[in-house]
Every structure is written in structure tokens, then in C-alpha cells.
Design a binder for this molecule. Sequence first.
Ligand SMILES: [Zn+2]
Length: 350
Amino acid sequence: MPSKLSCFVITLLFAPFLSQCKSLQLLEQQPQATQQEANHTVSETTSLVRLIYFTPQDRPFRERIADQIELQMGVVQTFFADQMEAHGFGRKTFAFEIDGQGKTVVHRVKGQFPDKHYLHNTTGKVQKEISERFNLSKNVYMIVVDISDKYINRAMGFGTSHRGGQSGMLWIAKSGFQSRTIAHELGHAFGLLHDFRSERFLMSYGSFHLGSTRLENSQLSKEAAEFLDASRFFNPSRTFSSQFGPKIEIISSLEYPPNADSIRIIFELSDPDGLHQARFHTNPNITDKNLARFSRGSPAFKAAKRLTGQDMTVEFVYKLSKVDVQDLWLQVVDSQGHFGTKSFAVHLQK
Ligand SMILES: [Zn+2]
């Protein structure tokens, strides 16, 4: 099996005393080799990022774009390895699909219709065609869409995670074809939600002022790194058996008295695979109207707790805001990177 093989190669070359392929950080001195070894061919057991370059029927494939996709992915892969290492998790990163010769695979998909057809509801139309060729319920798919418009669905990119972290998709438009956007959308595809606590964070929108709209000036938060540490995409050689995400129950009241400035919310969590992390999210508070358009009603990270064991009671204190709707989300991930999300709202006592 390819996964076993590359595990063996790493172990043999750099740590002959280790029987388990558990730490890529042993390869610190040779990060290039790490990432080469980390990539895999597609199989039943691997969890990879697969790359698709989509062009409408009347637009040509451009070799340059396919090369760029490969190049950008290398940069993004290294970014995640550097950031995971900086947070003490070793040079863990995702793997992408390679062929039998070890070359990165960029699948070229020719659309059934001309460019005009894909200018509205781009993702829906392209996904319909792609799903005929690929099993989208496994792996993460990055789809670079080469239509004449520089946006798709009025955005530079989108990313979503499916099946509790077992699969995901990201869409990259012409205007989003740079490493910062790819890494951000990839974060969504792995299950990370927005995090606006710092404009330096990858899961924020970045800031021109800080230069953090560029990947080299962006950071993965400590909590995001801890989340990814359990992700199946950051452990491509491990076998995963988890079928269910964690169970999340709220055991405290969701009503607060008129003069309260905060509310304590208590959760009961359980998962037979072992709990890993609980992540508390609230409505984003973004002042920039243009950016708020993209994030309205979607969760923004506030705080996380590291979990251990199969059952835990966890408490978060939410500082009430003046906004009338107090939408909240708790995302809980187990030790196999399988997560569940519970959305709820707190309200004033009647
Ligand atoms: Zn985003």
C-alpha cells in the first residue's frame, strides 16, 4: 500500500529506531523531502487533497494554469507544515494526490457547456458535472474554475467541509488564485470556521495594513493548529474508523436575566473515539460592510478547550452583546478528526 510504503521510507531514512510513522517532525532538516513523502496516490484509505482544473467547453486549457496550481499547492502545503511546527505539532501538513511516478495530479475537466452557461450559479453547475467523474464524499477537492469572470458566485473563493471532516470542497476563482485565498478556503474545507480575533489569522480576511492578505504574513492560530492535529487530512498515513461525530448536549438554561452581561453555557460531550477539542463560536462582529456581506450569519471563533477522555462536561462563558440575535455554535472534534456542530441561541428571560 502506498501509505505504508512512504511511511516505511520516512522511517528508514530518518529514524530507523521508530516503528511507527507518527512524527514527520523528524524530518525538520529536510522539509522538502517530508512533503514529497507525504503525498499519496488515491486509495480507499487515504485522505488527500485532489486538484481539479475546470474550463468551459469554449475555453482552452492553459498549461501555465495547471503548473501554477501545482506550485501554489506546494507553497500552501509548506505554510501549514511551518505553522503546525511553530505550534509544537511537528511538520504535519495535508497531502495531495500524486500519480505512480510521484508527479502531482491536476485533473483537467472540460465543461459540457460554453463559458456563458457557468457565469451564474457557477458552483452548482460545475459540481453537477464533476460529481459524475469523482466521488465527492471522500477526500478534499480543490476546483480552480477558469471562466471569463474573475469571480464565482460573486466571491474569490469558497470552502466547505462535509460529513464532519471526512471530506470537503474548495472553489477558487481567477481573482482568488493566490496562496492566501487557497490556504483560507482549504482551512474551511478541513472544517475550520472564521476567526476574526486577529487580522493576522489565516481564517480572518487579513489586513492590507498588516500585509496579512499575503500568506507569508498570515498565521494559523494555536487553536486552529490543535484542531488540525486531529484532522484525517493532517494524518494521511493513519487509518480512521470513526463513524460518528461527538454527541453534544446543552445542560444549562439558555435564558438570561435582564441585567446580565454574560451567560454561562454548560455542555455535556461524549464520543467513544475520545474527545479532542471543543470550539465556541458566535456571530461575527465585522464593521467593514463589504466583508460583512460574506460573513453575516456565519460562525466566528471565540474560544476553545482541549478535551480528553470519552465524556466531559465543558463550560463556556459568553459575553452578551447588544445585538438582538445571539446565535452561537459549538463545534466538537474527536481524536479521529470527526466533528459535530450544534447551533443554538440564547435569549432574554420572559
Ligand atoms: Zn472564509
